[in-house]
Design a protein around this ligand. Structure first.
Ligand code: 3PG
Ligand code: MG
Length: 334
């Protein structure tokens, strides 16, 4: 059994780093709550043990300190509903008096959500003093922020040094993801298809390089596909692109070819004239997107192309979305 499941949290305050970086619409409504739902087993086990929970997370990429748009207070009501009506207290600062006093007063069964960690630049810098302040808020540290596990930030990595070995552990999300990754990395049956999506090539380079040693097929979709398209001379209109990663994309394609790994890029895309749920949409070849338009999802042909590859696979690893799934127009199954 995992360290987390073995631990009895009775009368302990568990400081949990979660990834509640969920998409919000203009009215601050959560448009996809999967990341919140995923952490419920972790939170519920601690409460059931008779412990209390202090949740900390980032939301978005605030540049200049506290910003309404990036406040985690927008999540309080929904989190309470997901927890079956348990009241969720909110501290309007992740360090400082409100966080210290509210966490100190927490009773077994209570849940406290802290304000956005990234309202302090120290979080992303991995500042040790900031991490130490955070560490004082709980008796035990639980890292369950799988979506942020590739960032060596104060609350994800640096903080761990302030807890002894028996007082720090992964939660159920992290445990589950690590177990799955280990399984596909060490016991994958071929054909092994990896589906890699999301916005940022820069975040996925290491994963792709690692997968080139193991996978037979790598499907690349989502925003990052357009960096690959442009790197091969395609026209991508206003689609997302990391111009400083074009060479990396070419290198990855070359390495894949040398290793005999088949890279599948979406042949066509759902395109839109704005990054919006209300935008006008059309379809276009992914390497022939007109100016003023951007690819926001894989197209019907790409769906078929990817489905065919997936159907003949014996192992599938999926990391990242193929489109802007938080808007209904860009998550349709075709
Ligand atoms: C994500 O959504 O990818 C994670 O929450 C990490 O966010 P970041 O890319 O802004 O660090
Ligand atoms: Mg990410």
């Amino acid at each position: 059994m995992s360290k987390f499941l073995n631990h009895n949290f009775s009368n302990q305050r568990a400081l949990i780093r979660v990834d509640f970086n969920v998409p919000l619409n203009a009215a601050y409504e959560i448009t996809d709550d999967n990341r919140m739902r995923a952490t419920l087993p972790t939170i519920k086990k601690i409460l059931a043990d008779g412990g209390s929970v202090i949740l900390m997370s980032h939301l978005g990429r605030p540049k200049e300190g506290p910003t309404e748009k990036y406040s985690l207070k927008h999540l309080v009501k929904h989190l309470s509903q997901l927890l079956g009506g348990v009241e969720v207290l909110f501290a309007d600062d992740c360090i400082g008096a409100s966080a210290v006093n509210m966490s100190a007063a927490l009773q077994p069964g209570q849940v406290l959500l802290l304000e956005n960690l990234r309202f302090y630049k120290e979080e992303e810098k991995g500042d040790t003093a900031f991490a130490e302040k955070l560490s004082k808020l709980g008796d035990v540290y639980v890292n369950d922020a799988f979506g942020t596990a590739h960032r060596a930030h104060a609350s994800t990595a640096v903080i761990a040094q302030f807890f002894s070995g028996d007082k720090k552990m992964f939660g159920t999300v992290m445990d589950g993801e690590v177990a799955s990754a280990e399984k596909v990395m060490h016991q994958s049956e071929k054909p092994f298809t990896a589906i890699i999506g999301g916005a940022k090539v820069s975040d996925k380079i290491l994963i792709i390089e690692n997968l080139l040693e193991r996978a037979t097929d790598i499907i690349i979709g989502g925003g990052m596909a357009y960096t690959f398209m442009k790197a091969q001379g395609g026209m991508i209109g206003n689609s997302l692109c990391e111009d400083d990663r074009l060479e990396t994309a070419v290198e990855l394609l070359k390495k894949a070819e040398a290793k005999g790994v088949c890279i599948h890029l979406p042949s066509d895309s759902v395109i839109a004239d704005a990054f919006s749920a209300e935008a006008n949409t059309s379809t276009a070849p992914s390497n022939y997107i007109p100016d003023g338009w951007m690819g926001l999802d894989i197209g019907a042909n790409a769906c078929e192309q990817f489905a065919n590859c997936i159907k003949r696979s014996k192992t599938i690893l999926w990391n990242g979305p193929m489109g802007v799934f938080e808007m209904a127009k860009y998550r349709r199954a075709r």
